[in-house]
Design a protein around this ligand. Structure first.
Ligand code: HEC
Ligand code: HEC
Length: 432
């Protein structure tokens, strides 16, 4: 796979901190008298009489993120599934989190970490790198969610507020009504103006804007404070085991992990995000712990559906999911889009042995043969990626030995933020 450049250099982060992200400012639709009297510009939304500062929006977004009264059950907030203490990933080992109006409806996918999403490019079917050779088509790349279906964090945030499996609101008005009746109403009014709740559309835009601005706050979401970052800055030395793991991670003939999970400093000094954002089919085994999978005819095929409908005819895309960042991966309790693994060494072992020892990972058919790639409908096996570390012969040598697997895991643990006392995750918890 081609590598893509990373837009944001860690060194520039401090400078960016005070700028409102352009995407966070909603476009002004039709002007209303209220907006006109407030002196609306493109940066104002009708009904928002006051333009909140980035600091205010960040603080408000932080509060909204953890506010359970915004959910239909009154029990779940964004933080229930994206826990600040777990790199904004799930706080437990459930394959998928529980939500919905009853607070007990199981989702269909693992909750991802929300850290290091600031450079996710918009989804495109044909990604062309701009690192000097733009002739290579890297294929489907980018977009939010495991299947790349949401184009911005702004668009994305409406999804969980309204999803019947997540916060379970029936529409925007229900979200705004809950906010108005809840503990954050006064704070919301002081950010956007006393009359904000008279304009439910503007109030909803305010909610999405505050959530988006909060999720772009560098100290919380992309601090670059791991041991590996310190190593890249030449402020830390890897242990011999971590260094062996890094070499295996990068080696094209061994782990080859860095071909998708980029590990090197990019053009212009941008620190690596440990993903190239490509959507790839790894042939992850079916997870029987997901309730939806009780139906043998149900398949979560990512890019070709069922959660996105625009590429259903592209059978060659079935089973592709966006390559996640591996930053903070050691803090996760579950792995892959279906939460089918709960141990990091097992994930690396799967990469090393998927093709050399498939009987370890997949069930048997009635005839005793191994049902490889059992989470894909018959006939789509050819969609699965076969590049190193995959592609070995059944019964052949594993791509990585047990000792090498342990080395790679030791390296992955250097990607956890908060190395050497810089505990950004803990700081977020104690802020108002
Ligand atoms: C019940 C659990 C749950 C709740 C509550 C929840 N999420 Fe999520 N979130 C998920 C899951 C699962 C996904 C992956 C969805 C998919 O791929 O289809 C996700 C995906 C995301 C993504 C995309 C991440 C990526 O890698 O592209 C963002 C951003 C996000 N959520 C933000 C939020 C915000 C903001 C809230 C609160 C308004 C929220 N979530 C509430 C479970 C949850
Ligand atoms: C061909 C591209 C590719 C290569 C090579 C690759 N990965 Fe991945 N990785 C992915 C994709 C895509 C996913 C998500 C797959 C899914 O959930 O269906 C993933 C998921 C993961 C996860 C789970 C993360 C999470 O948040 O759930 C870990 C851990 C991981 N990879 C580590 C590695 C390691 C270690 C290597 C090398 C041994 C490696 N990857 C090689 C593309 C790749």
């Amino acid at each position: 796979m081609k590598r893509i450049p990373l837009a944001l250099a860690a060194v520039l982060l401090a400078a960016c901190h005070r700028q409102p992200p352009a995407a966070a400012i909603p476009a002004t639709p039709t002007a209303t008298p209220a907006a006109a009297s407030a002196g609306a510009t493109a940066a104002y939304a009708p009904g928002q009489q006051r333009r909140a500062s980035v600091e205010e929006l960040t603080a408000l977004g932080r509060a909204l993120f953890s506010e359970p009264s915004l959910s239909a059950s009154g029990r779940s907030s964004c933080a229930s599934c994206h826990s600040p203490e777990h790199a904004y990933g799930p706080p437990n080992r459930l394959a998928a989190q529980l939500g919905g109006a009853d607070g007990a409806t199981q989702g269909t996918r693992a909750a991802p970490s929300l850290k290091y999403l600031q450079t996710v490019p918009p989804f495109t079917e044909h990604y062309h790198d701009d690192d000097g050779d733009d002739s290579v088509d890297a294929g489907p790349t980018g977009g939010y969610d495991w299947d790349g279906r949401a184009q911005s964090a702004h668009e994305q945030a409406r999804g969980p507020l309204l999803s019947p499996r997540e916060m379970g609101n029936k529409d925007d008005a229900a979200v705004v009504a809950r906010l108005r009746a809840g503990p954050l109403a006064a704070r919301f009014r002081s950010a956007f103006g006393e009359a904000i709740f008279d304009h439910p559309d503007a109030a909803m835009r305010g909610v999405l804007m505050a959530l988006e601005v909060f999720q772009q706050s560098p100290a919380d979401f992309y601090p670059y404070t791991s041991k590996y970052d310190a190593y890249l800055r030449k402020q830390a030395v890897l242990t011999p085991q971590e260094a062996r793991g890094l070499a295996l991670f990068n080696d094209e003939h061994k782990g080859n992990c860095a071909s998708c999970h980029i590990s090197k400093i990019g053009q212009g000094g941008a620190f690596p995000q440990f993903t190239d954002y490509g959507l790839i089919n790894l042939g992850v085994p079916r997870n029987g712990r997901l309730a939806v999978n009780a139906d043998p005819a149900y398949f979560d095929l990512g890019l070709c559906g069922p959660d996105r409908a625009d590429l259903r005819d592209h059978r060659e895309y079935c089973g592709r999911f966006r390559t996640p960042s591996l930053r903070n991966v050691a803090l996760r309790g579950v792995y892959f889009h279906n939460g089918g693994f709960d141990d990091l060494a097992q994930v690396v072992r799967f990469y090393a042995q998927r093709d050399s020892a498939p009987q370890k990972w997949y069930p048997r058919n009635a005839d005793g043969g191994v049902h490889k790639f059992d989470d894909l409908p018959a006939g789509l096996e050819g969609n699965v990626n076969m590049e190193a570390p995959f592609g070995g012969r059944a019964g052949g040598k594993a791509a990585l030995s047990e000792r090498e697997i342990a080395d790679v895991v030791a390296f992955l643990r250097t990607l956890t933020d908060g190395y050497d006392g810089v505990k950004s995750d803990i700081r977020t918890r104690t802020r108002p």
